[in-house]
Design a protein around this ligand. Structure first.
Ligand code: 2F8
Ligand code: CA
Length: 312
């Protein structure tokens, strides 16, 4: 049989021969009986098929085993990690559940706190309103107290005038600036026209007041301001005095015929609005702006004047 080189470089014929040589004695094998004995030497076999190549193979197997062992260990570690990871996930889940419970509790407490806060805010608002209400009441009382104090002071200052009035004037009349005056303050006495008011004064022995000096005007104004009722409309708060411009428009004369020297008109007055020929005095903070001309038929209170009686 002729040696044939395989594609991998081995020699089929030679290898068979080698096996034959090693395993079977030529002398014993019948097939080889007539065959020419071949002398096979190791020099004829290719180097990679020499016996030490088996050692390489063995080493490779050992390396492979080591690799497998490493892979096995790796897989074990990986498995442990996986199971450890599962534990971690369980722990995390338990932590999450705890945190969720804590969060729920916090939300619940927050909602309760919100409700309580809303209730307290509402209560605070109510208290604030009540405080404002009480402050208003307090201010009202203070204003009333101030007004009463002023009235008391005014009345006290009138005591001497009233006492003097008792001595020198008719009952209900006031003694001021050496004259007796009557102020129709009483609500029982209704308002009247200028002419009716004059008739009232005349019946008493006097006439409507002639306020022909600043001293007289100040005394009258003070009294009007002291008895002023602010709830009454200003147009109904006037008091007729003995001054008119009936004879000639714009020429103001006192009852005794003397022309007005100094008037205490309000701004824009006298304006003769719808024919206004009679003068009235009004309670005013500024007494120098206390007069207005009004229609003589208009109903107002009035001030009478009379000379005092002096006993000998
Ligand atoms: O504004 C001033 C004006 O006010 C009233 O008329 C609306 C007075 N009338 C009476 O008091 C009746 C006017 O005399 C006064 O000028
Ligand atoms: Ca007027």
């Amino acid at each position: 049989m002729k040696d044939k080189e395989n594609s991998d470089g081995s020699y089929e014929g030679t290898y068979n021969k080698l096996i034959s040589q090693e395993d079977v004695s030529v002398d014993e094998h019948p097939l080889y009986a007539n065959l020419e004995k071949h002398q096979v030497s190791m020099s004829m076999v290719r180097p990679e098929f020499r016996p030490n190549h088996y050692r390489v193979l063995a080493v490779s197997l050992v390396v492979l085993a080591v690799i497998l062992l490493i892979v096995d260990i790796g897989l074990g570690v990986y498995y442990n990690k996986l199971t450890g990871g599962h534990q971690t996930i369980t722990d995390i889940n338990s932590e999450v559940a705890k945190l969720q419970a804590t969060y729920n509790l916090a939300i619940q407490r927050r909602d309760e706190a919100k409700k309580q806060l809303a209730a307290e805010v509402s209560e605070q608002q109510r208290t604030k309103w009540e405080l404002e209400h009480q402050n208003r009441r307090c201010k009202d009382y203070e204003n009333k107290a101030d007004k009463i104090k002023t009235e008391i002071a005014g009345l006290k200052s009138h005591i001497p005038m009233i006492e003097e009035g008792c001595r020198h004037c008719l009952p209900g009349w006031t003694f001021m600036n050496s004259q007796c005056y009557y102020f129709a303050f009483s609500e029982a006495i209704s308002r009247r026209s200028w002419l009716e008011a004059r008739q009232f004064c005349k019946k008493q022995g006097g006439d409507l007041a002639v306020i022909d000096s600043t001293a007289k005007h100040m005394a009258v104004s003070e009294l009007l301001n002291n008895y002023h009722d602010p709830s009454r409309p200003i147009t109904q708060s006037g008091f007729w005095i003995g001054l008119r411009d009936v004879e000639e428009e714009g020429v103001w004369k006192w009852l005794d015929g003397r022309r007005l020297a100094e008037g205490y008109w309000n701004d824009g007055e006298p304006n003769n609005l719808n024919t206004e020929d009679c003068a009235a005095a009004y309670p005013r903070a500024n007494p120098f702006k206390a007069w207005n001309d009004a229609p003589c038929s208009y109903s107002l209170k009035w001030i009478c004047e009379m000379a005092p009686r002096f006993e000998n």
